[in-house]
Design a protein around this ligand. Sequence first.
Ligand SMILES: *Cc1c(COP(=O)(O)O)cnc(C)c1O
Length: 435
Amino acid sequence: MSKPDISRAKSAALYEKAKTYFPGGVNSPVRAFKSVYGTPLFIEKGDGSHIWDADGNEFIDFCCSWGPLILGHNHAAVREKVTEVMQKGMSFGAPTALENELAELILSNNRFIQKIRFVSSGTEAVMSAIRLARGYTKRDKVLKFEGCYHGHSDSLLVKAGSGLVTFGETSSAGVPKAFADETIVVSLDDKKALQEAFEEFKGQIAAVIIEPVPANNGLLLQTQDYLDHLRQLCTENGTMLIFDEVISGFRVGFEGAAGYYGIQPDIITYGKIIGGGLPVGAYGASAEVMDHVSPVGSVYQAGTLSGNPVAMAAGIAQIGELLKPGFYDSLHAKTAGFVNDIQHFVDERGYTVKIFTIGSIFWFAFTDQESITTAEQIDPNSMIRFKEMHRELINRGIYLGPSGYEVGFISAAHTSTDLETTKTAIFDSLDIVFK
Ligand SMILES: *Cc1c(COP(=O)(O)O)cnc(C)c1O
């Protein structure tokens, strides 16, 4: 039986106010709940795996701020480190030892980068990595994949046109066509399209950028073979391979997707987890490549709040926890068990659902396809089922990101009780969706 809708009176009132202040009432579009039922929930607090909204409703949270909170909300180690550091001031615009500390934690435990630069968001990290690749190769074109998201910088707000290899079309007003013309867009998992692109734009492609674990438009897991092939093509063509690990970095393992697949990219971008819930992004590469960045190199990039001490403190505390022995093993085992149980349930009932997963990421696809590796394979009509499931889950105290194209995250704070409760809620919700 469907559950009655939870009370959202206070959230609704806050949303009405917010709409007078912000476009669409939000400061980032997906938060507006356009793809699911109801008014957006205004969150008041989080603790561990739980969040509470303005009306006092409690949820087990699988959005986890879209990925950063791998330890869950308000983790004691992060909170204490931040509290300690902020006693000494918020920002200096001068170097601090905290930047060294976070860099050392990362660089001494990651075989794929030798130097790093901290920025304040994933978008900024990617934008800077693209500039570095262009500056380093002295080429202009960038190749990206349909279904990968890399933040909202101009060069990358570009989607595929029609045809195998296409100049991009802008996917936002305000992006000049001239920018989109420098971006080539191809489908994921398509060696032929890649081959054609490299032939058509021989000697012109500065960088290929990919989410090695594409997790912003469903979870479009690529094969090892395809990623190896991509690495090889880039090497043969003098093109830099950028792994955008803003989600996968520190998520599928400490060394992210580079470590998971054993592939050495030329530049890696980070965000989300690296800042422990505060705004931090980063890009890293070999020392030789990174030394092309200002002030030693000619590629300019700067930031008033880059390496902000409070943000560094959160990163240091969170990254330190991830380095504890067995951290990822137990997180991944917990996720695999959760996903297996749900897959088993839907298979027994004959529901057309497949849960794709890697590490502690999962994605509900309302499909009978065994694998989905490209954006084109996602059936937009299947999102109706997600929308229904989302409503049932919210009413049962389970919070998933408000779109069927978004993945879910499990944190170290999710207990076996949380996961049992969630499974029951999912089973009951799916019974309603498929009734
Ligand atoms: C979230 C994300 C970004 C953008 O990061 P912001 O911090 O939102 O600017 C870029 N790339 C990927 C892969 C992401 O998941």
